[in-house]
Write a protein that binds this ligand. Structure first.
Ligand code: MN
Length: 191
């Protein structure tokens, strides 16, 4: 299967001022595209040539996993953004309160995980097999589905995600990030 870069679900300037149009042009236009291109080249002639992206994320290793999971993770990241921030509602808010006490506390714990992750990787809000929400970190291309967890929301903390807009100030990126979360989309992902 030839994979394609999925369209952004909003205009390139929609995430300003948190994520600039310039960052979108590199992060989506260059990095995400490169993972797609690399994946297509790597799977040619392998048992993953006709696999779905999910099969590649769950079953592959090495360079195919790294590029396949980065394609999946970035598409998931973009789709969770483009909202107006604020607070989640309904079932999602209840599950957040059940797991973390309050939405404010959830944001603190999530931000801490995102800021303290050493090196490149991702912070995730996930749902476990019992339907309990948890926060996990993955390094590099890591994806929580490999650990039987259902991803609900992610923050990319590779430097390419924030360096043009915040330079070395990852905490400022993570703090601003709440203003562009699409909580309706996150809620739709609940199992
Ligand atoms: Mn990235």
């Amino acid at each position: 299967m030839k994979f394609e870069l999925p369209p952004l679900p909003y205009a390139p300037e929609a995430l300003e001022p948190v994520i600039s149009t310039q960052t979108i042009s590199f992060h989506y236009g260059k990095h995400h595209q490169a993972y797609v291109n690399n994946l297509n080249n790597l799977i040619t002639g392998t048992r993953f040539e006709n696999a779905s992206l999910e099969e590649i994320v769950m079953q592959s290793e090495g360079a195919i996993f790294n590029n396949g999971a980065q394609v999946w993770n970035h598409t998931f990241y973009w789709e969770g953004l483009g909202g107006k921030g604020g607070s989640p509602e309904g079932k999602l808010l209840k599950k957040i309160n059940d797991a973390f006490g309050t939405f404010e506390n959830f944001k603190e714990v999530f931000a801490d995980a995102a800021v303290k992750l050493f090196g490149s990787g991702w912070a995730w809000l996930v749902e476990d097999a019992e339907g309990i929400l948890k926060i996990v970190q993955t390094s590099n291309a890591g994806n929580p589905m490999r650990d039987g967890l259902k991803p609900l929301f992610t923050c990319d903390v590779w430097e390419h995600a924030y360096y043009l807009d915040f330079q070395n100030r990852r905490p400022d990126y993570v703090k601003s990030f709440w203003d562009i979360v699409n909580w309706d989309k996150v809620g739709e992902r609940l199992g």
